[in-house]
Ligand binder design. Structure first.
Ligand SMILES: [Zn+2]
Length: 515
């Protein structure tokens, strides 16, 4: 026990002093949550946002590396000189900033820079934006946010919350919500569908939930690898993991710790932290909250509820239809794959997280883990900030469209890219009610034209089971491109369209066999 205490104390001093001598970045092949816990007890710090099996980047001192050898764990030291790695990253950032490619998104931005950007949005678009302060941190920093909606009576409008940076070191998770604000404001002036969405929807964005921790990752004498907030735990270790401090399943045993030195320290009680209190109180002022994304990095995942159990979440078909639509939208921008699934499917379970608490309140809530998939972790090259923002905004837009449609569509066998001339292409379509309204199963229509000219021909799509249809898509002459979309109505007569907005699906009539 004395030995263990000595190791913990030594590790803490090394980490909190931000001197990385003797500490390496090591890719460790994790086999079980218990193994990860044991390594944490020896001062190891995981660099992943959520715990998972397989290869995980960790910060380890020499004692912990000796432990890996003793346990027979597979590992690879990828960087033994962390100061050098951080210096290279700083140089890369300085160069990107001086080149300025991508404008404001050429490099990561500090808390004051983000605050200035939020103020500039409010000045540029006062008719649709309201800035607010959600609360103050331990160190007295304001948690800034912005609300965006069309002018007029806002009562009854659907509300969507986007936030970033519960975890301090996940810098790109700040840039993405800021970019979303900028693009929504821009679309208000240029895109009729966004104008109409903002007349029925209010978007609330808090880019930095954890400004104390975020500033600490930039500060001289701070720590680039800091994850938690900056609570003074009256000992040698500071901070609470905000994304373990929410009351839903708080204090459960999945990816949590009661050790103040741990990166996944849950805090003395649920909602003990001013940052989680501020976000909780904000959500409590949103009676029509229908959807939420908590942005993190890294891993390129769209995590559905629940994080804390393998139970089926409420409205599971709708939950999965939206995550699939967001994943498709992201892939359509730069071809990047963000895998959708539950915490239990893709990672180890985690208790006391923000999206579980929001899900429990009835909204559709997700964690999106941004770029990259693995190395170099949250030190994403600055040249990838803008592409990450662009693809994430596609997910944001998809969510806004989705909650403005009463019906969710899914295609279990996919959509046909090609149809054989002279043959019908037959595939299933499944619908589900987003807000528990009943669906008129005789109302489904296919709208189709070939050759990019003329009116769209409308035909009925017949139902072949509860919430299920069999689409028969006619073909045309070889080489012609077909454009089509679907509509289905609720019993109250509200029409849902797939795809959303004014987009169309495409298929090509071709007799070529594609393999
Ligand atoms: Zn995170």
């Amino acid at each position: 026990m004395l030995l263990l205490n000595t190791i913990l104390l030594t590790s803490s001093i090394l980490f909190s002093a931000s001197q990385y001598d003797g500490i390496s970045v090591v890719n460790v092949h994790i086999e079980s949550p218990e193994q990860l816990e044991l390594l944490r007890d020896f001062g190891a710090k995981s660099l992943a946002c959520f715990d998972h099996s397989g290869e995980t980047s960790m910060l380890l001192d020499e004692e912990a590396i000796r432990l890996l050898k003793k346990l027979g764990v597979t590992f690879k030291i990828v960087e033994s000189n962390i100061d050098r790695r951080l210096k290279l990253f700083e140089e890369e950032r300085a160069l990107a900033r001086s080149r300025g490619l991508g404008g404001w998104y050429s490099d990561f931005k500090t808390w004051p820079e983000v605050n200035a950007k939020l103020s500039s949005f409010a000045i540029a678009a006062p008719e649709i934006t309201t800035t607010f302060i959600a609360g103050q941190t331990h160190e007295g920093r304001d948690i800034h946010g912005i609300r965006i909606t069309a002018p007029g009576d806002t009562t009854g409008r659907k509300q969507i919350l986007f936030n970033g940076c519960q975890h301090a070191r996940e810098w790109v998770a700040v840039m993405v919500p800021v970019y979303a604000i900028e693009k929504i404001i821009e679309a208000w002036n240029t895109d009729p569908s966004m104008q109409s969405y903002l007349e029925s929807t209010e978007i609330i964005v808090v880019p930095i939930v954890n400004p104390d921790g975020y500033e600490f990752t930039y500060a001289n004498g701070g720590d680039r690898f800091w994850r938690k907030n900056r609570r003074n735990n009256s000992g040698s270790c500071e901070g609470v993991d905000l994304n373990r401090n929410w009351s839903f399943a708080w204090g459960g045993g999945d990816s949590t710790s009661t050790n103040t030195c741990s990166d996944i320290y849950i805090g003395p009680n649920a909602f003990s932290e001013p940052e989680t209190q501020a976000m909780r109180d904000l959500v409590n002022t949103l009676p029509n909250l229908v959807a939420h994304v908590d942005f993190h990095s890294y891993s390129q995942l769209i995590l559905e509820p629940w994080a804390s159990s393998n139970d089926t979440p409420p409205r599971v078909t709708v939950v999965k239809a939206l995550s699939a639509a967001m994943s498709d939208a992201i892939a359509s921008v730069h071809g990047e794959s963000y895998v959708a699934g539950t915490g239990g499917d893709l990672l180890y379970l985690a208790d006391g997280v923000f999206p579980d608490w929001v899900t429990d309140r009835g909204a559709l809530s997700y964690t999106i883990e941004l770029r990259p998939t693995g190395s170099p972790g949250f030190d994403l090259p600055p040249s990838e900030i803008l592409p990450t923002c662009e693809e994430s905004f596609a997910a944001v837009k998809t969510m806004i469209e989705f909650v403005n449609q009463p019906i969710a569509f899914s295609f279990p066998n996919g959509l046909p890219e090609f149809v054989n001339p002279g043959e019908l292409s037959v595939f299933p379509m499944v619908v589900s009610s987003v807000f528990n309204e009943s669906i008129d199963m005789n109302s489904a229509k296919l709208h189709l034209r070939y050759g990019n000219i003329g009116e769209y021909a409308q035909s009925s799509v017949s139902s072949n089971g509860p919430n299920s249809f069999l689409v028969e898509l006619p073909s045309s002459s070889c080489g012609l491109v077909g454009e089509y979309w679907f509509t289905v109505s609720t019993s109250a007569g509200q029409v849902a369209r797939y795809p959303g907005g004014s987009e169309v699906l495409q298929t090509t009539a071709s007799s070529v066999v594609y393999t």
